[in-house]
Design a protein around this ligand. Structure first.
Ligand SMILES: Cc1cc2nc3c(=O)[nH]c(=O)nc-3n(C[C@H](O)[C@H](O)[C@H](O)COP(=O)(O)OP(=O)(O)OC[C@H]3O[C@@H](n4cnc5c(N)ncnc54)[C@H](O)[C@@H]3O)c2cc1C
Length: 262
């Protein structure tokens, strides 16, 4: 998969220096961040592989924070997926291509300041939030940050847990976070200590029990990332609470972004 091209159709070529397979369906990889890529924590970029005349590119959330020199991604493996059927075979020293322009709505700028930031994610939808929770600005703006990650099986929660652990053990970040960050990992199929979707938890009182307070307009701001159905269900709950959807040009109480296109 190595390629000798310096630049390919205006894209940046990035060398992959670390890859870790978390489950049969997911892996993460790290590249050196190109100098011309600036982004806000929570945004996504187009990345991909060489593919004849036309590069094969897909949207990917950047999982590393905006200050980091490392660019980290968390990926699904779709067996017949045009990109990921190839991307999952990446090895150290291989290259990927990146369009050095980031976009997205899962950014602090799109939310009206408040006390609690709640990040609801399912599957690879946790990726942008692993960027947000490692950004010091998040803790300047919010007193409490709650990241929820829901997957079918226990092993799918591992990547999020590891990043959370590493973040809390980092000397500088842990001082900034100062106990403000909480991770809630739940499963929907495999038996674990914490089970169920957050949409259920919000209705049956488990969310309040585990976070100390019900979701509410006064103190909470929300970011949501997951499948189309998950986004719609969470969005409805936010709207019922009187929340208004935010955007970069018009900050609100909640923001959403698809983790993939169905
Ligand atoms: C804004 C945005 C951000 C994204 N960020 C990420 C990311 O950080 N990590 C990531 O793995 N993917 C992410 N995706 C999805 C990504 O763009 C690709 O769809 C994915 O890499 C699969 O590419 P593919 O060419 O192999 O298959 P595609 O042809 O793109 O997809 C085939 C099918 O696989 C399923 N699928 C695709 N992606 C996922 C997924 N992440 N989880 C579960 N099912 C999926 C869908 O049913 C889709 O129709 C993002 C998508 C969008 C729109």
């Amino acid at each position: 998969m190595n390629t000798s091209t310096k630049s390919y159709l205006g894209l940046e070529k990035l060398e992959v220096f670390s890859i870790r397979h978390w489950t049969k369906r997911t892996f993460s990889f790290q590249c050196k961040r190109p100098k011309n890529l600036r982004f806000r924590s929570g945004e996504f970029v187009m990345i991909g592989l060489e593919n004849g005349d036309k590069p094969l590119l897909r949207a990917y959330s950047i999982a590393s924070p905006s200050w980091d020199e490392i660019l980290e991604f968390y990926s699904i493996k779709v067996s017949d997926g045009p990109l990921t059927s190839r991307l999952q075979n990446l090895t150290k020293g291989d290259s990927i291509f990146l369009k050095p322009k980031s976009v997205g709505t899962l950014v602090l700028d799109a939310l009206i300041p408040s006390q609690r930031l709640i990040l609801f994610s399912t599957g690879t939808g946790i990726a942008p939030f692993l960027s947000v929770i490692r950004d010091p600005e998040t803790y300047e703006k919010f007193d409490q940050v709650i990241l929820t990650h829901t997957c079918r099986y226990k092993d799918e929660l591992e990547y999020g847990k590891k990043v959370y652990e590493k973040t809390n053990n980092d000397n500088l970040l842990s001082e900034i976070i100062n106990g403000k960050l909480k991770l809630i990992s739940t499963t929907t199929r495999e038996d674990t200590q914490l089970m169920g979707r957050m949409t259920e938890w919000l209705q049956n009182g488990k969310f309040k029990i585990n976070t100390g307070k019900d979701l509410n307009l006064e103190s909470d701001r929300v970011m949501i990332c997951g499948s189309l159905n998950m986004l719609q269900d969470h969005k409805n709950i936010c709207l019922q609470k009187g929340m208004i959807e935010g955007s970069n040009s018009n900050p609100g109480h909640f923001v959403i972004e698809k983790a993939f296109v169905d």
